[in-house]
Design a protein around this ligand. Structure first.
Ligand code: 13P
Length: 252
């Protein structure tokens, strides 16, 4: 189980430090779940100091694929690694929709992050129009094929996928357990096609989209759901802890 809290563009540095400090205290007994928080770039260094040596890991919300140089506004993978980041969210639908992220840029970022021994969380998911048009599998397979282009089996094994149906993000409408399971199963079958069954079985596939304490248990009970990428519910310690507890109690 891998649970990651994506704080998106929320919380100034002092608020980020406060939430991280509360989480460290509240989640100290979580043992069976790998979990991380992704504050804004600006708060990463301070939050890193708070979570160092605890069971809370650090994640970033994006990265650039170049090492350094004239890329105004961007943050490199080296910079993230240097402050203790272990997971990097790549290809979030908000990046794809508002900031021109493509399968090609996702692929470059994934390779860069892997080269520095961090774990990319590759986000995929369909819009409601695509789902209604019967294009779920078409969209997912294009996103997966694009993200993994040129990756070796060993590299693929070090990735995490987040299935986030765009229509469920921030809307309060969650995919049903069955809808989510079907999409996850399809994603796993795509990975199996590319890298074989054992790699596909070893990769964690997170669900994201209005995951809350009251629907988390049902989702993580599904065969192919190995965790969650949490937005709104990660912004308060109680709701994030509720999800962590649901994941912790899932049959191992
Ligand atoms: P919500 O949990 O707010 O729907 O956001 C999900 C998400 O986009 C996580 O990356």
């Amino acid at each position: 189980m891998v649970i990651v809290g994506n704080w998106k563009m929320n919380k100034i540095v002092s608020e980020s430090v406060k939430l991280a400090t509360e989480l460290v205290a509240a989640a100290s007994s979580i043992q069976n779940v790998v979990f991380a928080i992704a504050p804004s770039y600006l708060a990463l260094a301070k939050v890193s100091d708070v979570v160092k040596g605890t069971n809370v890991k650090l994640a970033a919300q994006d990265v650039h694929w170049e090492n350094q140089g004239a890329f105004t506004g961007k943050v490199s993978a080296d910079m993230l690694k240097d402050v203790g980041v272990e997971f990097v969210i790549i290809g979030h639908s908000e990046q794809r929709t508002y900031f021109g992220e493509t399968d090609l840029s996702v692929n470059k970022k994934v390779k860069k992050v892997l080269s520095l021994e961090m774990t990319p969380i590759i986000c995929v998911g369909e819009t409601i129009a695509e789902r209604k048009a019967g294009q779920l599998e078409l969209v997912l397979s294009a996103q997966i094929t694009g993200a993994y282009a040129g990756l070796s089996g060993d590299e693929a094994q070090r990735t995490v996928v987040a299935y986030e149906p765009v229509w469920a993000i921030g809307t309060g409408v969650t995919a049903t357990d069955d809808e989510a399971q079907q999409a996850h199963q399809f994603v796993r079958s795509m990975i199996a096609k590319l890298y074989g069954d054992s790699t596909a079985q070893s990769i964690s596939i997170q669900y994201g989209g209005s995951m809350k304490p009251d629907n988390a248990a049902g989702l993580v009970a599904q065969k192919d759901i190995d965790g969650g990428l949490i937005g709104g519910a990660a912004l308060q310690v109680d709701s994030f802890l509720g999800i962590l507890n649901a994941a912790e109690m899932r049959r191992q």
